[in-house]
Design a protein around this ligand. Structure first.
Ligand code: EPU
Length: 337
């Protein structure tokens, strides 16, 4: 473990923006993590934890310590009649973990294939895609309390998971570090195929048996066709959350814009932010090296050497124009630092 100074973060965020951290360290054990936290306390530094930097935007240089969590390991714990409990350390790559589970015939995560990022980051924003959310399979997780280094187990309920949210983004924000996640996966597949884009894509395979691996492959295909690969084009997936509004607001928008995609969500209505941004005329917009992806209006991109500040500025202009056109406030999904 080596603490590095004045560290360029370009390769540690999927937007590939160049920002400098005063200090940077990669940790691969809990002991190294404790040592890094001691350094942070002794030097009285602000600090942040990152996984693979796939959901954040560095708006400017960071004056403190950045800790990259690279703690690895996957192990099968017990099993019940229907479920298998699998524990994965926080630094495992999410998609590789999903593929590992499929190979072992632990089912349930197939719709969550190809989501960028790490296992430890997954519960923080309750990752979700194609009709499945992490909350459907989370059993419990372990986390270290930053103030005193105590390890605590959180049950699924204690994580307070909801749409792109958890207690770790709310009340306990910046207080715990998730070190491992235990999922209760299925021994027999129970495929969820109702999400429209997935359902449509699977019609091409009507002759074949629909297996969990096929669902995973098709989800990968859809994601690859819509969402740019961060390795070739800097981006952080959906930049904004889909706004959740009351039924009354949804009804009045629907009356004005009959095509607006609205989905029921926990007694309220979720609106497709991509549609709002698209209708406000931003899809495919480019200015210098920043832009809005041509195939998906919710994805902001760095075409080369964009600065974080430019991406942030573009996101604010998008927010403002959606607010003016539809009266809806978009909230960033990515973490802005
Ligand atoms: N749409 C447009 N214009 C566009 C793109 C989409 O009008 O440029 C419309 C589509 O017609 C569709 C609707 O917007 O009716 C929704 O689009 P999509 O199915 O692509 O889903 P999304 O709501 O934009 C969410 C997640 C994604 C996840 C997909 C699939 C959020 C913020 N995003 O996107 O997650 O992959 O559903 O389940 O909830 C991420 O979080 O980074 C992410 C990529």
């Amino acid at each position: 473990m080596q603490i590095q100074e004045d560290f360029d973060l370009r390769h540690f965020n999927t937007f590939h923006v160049s920002a400098h951290a005063r200090y940077f360290v990669e940790v691969s054990t809990i002991l190294e993590l404790s040592t890094a936290l001691d350094f942070q306390k002794t030097h009285d530094l602000p600090f942040i934890l990152i996984g693979q930097g796939s959901n954040l935007l560095f708006k400017e240089d960071y004056p403190g310590l950045i800790i990259e969590l690279n703690i690895r390991g996957i192990k099968k714990l017990g099993e019940t009649r229907e479920r298998i409990h699998v524990k994965a350390s926080c630094g495992e790559n999410w998609h590789e973990f999903v593929q590992y589970c499929l190979q072992k015939e632990y089912f349930g995560l197939e719709n969550l294939s190809l989501i960028p990022g790490t296992v430890g980051a997954a519960p923080v924003q309750n990752i979700g895609a194609y009709g499945v959310e992490l909350s459907d399979f989370l059993h419990e997780l372990e986390a270290i309390r930053i103030s005193d280094g105590q390890l605590r187990t959180f049950s699924r309920d204690e994580c307070e998971l909801s749409y792109r949210h958890s207690v770790f983004k709310g009340e306990l924000r910046d207080q715990y570090i998730i070190t491992s996640v235990t999922l209760a996966l299925l021994k027999k597949p129970q495929l969820k195929l109702t999400y429209p884009a997935l359902n449509t894509a699977l019609q091409d395979y009507a002759e074949q048996e629909i297996t969990a691996q096929l669902v995973s492959d098709v989800v990968c295909q859809i994601r690859r066709s819509k969402l740019p690969d961060p390795l070739t084009l800097g981006n952080a997936g959906s930049f904004f959350r889909n706004p959740v509004v009351s039924q009354d607001i949804a009804d009045s928008l629907k009356a004005q814009y009959p095509d607006i995609p609205i989905y029921p969500y926990e007694g309220a209505c979720k609106i497709a932010a991509a549609w709002l941004i698209d209708q406000a005329g931003w899809k495919g917009y480019r200015e210098g090296d920043v832009g809005v992806h041509k195939d998906h209006a919710l994805v902001l991109v760095n075409y080369g050497n964009a600065r974080g500040e430019e991406l942030f500025d573009l996101s604010q202009r998008i927010q403002q124009s959606v607010q003016e056109k539809f009266g809806i406030e978009l909230e960033p999904e990515v973490r802005i630092i």
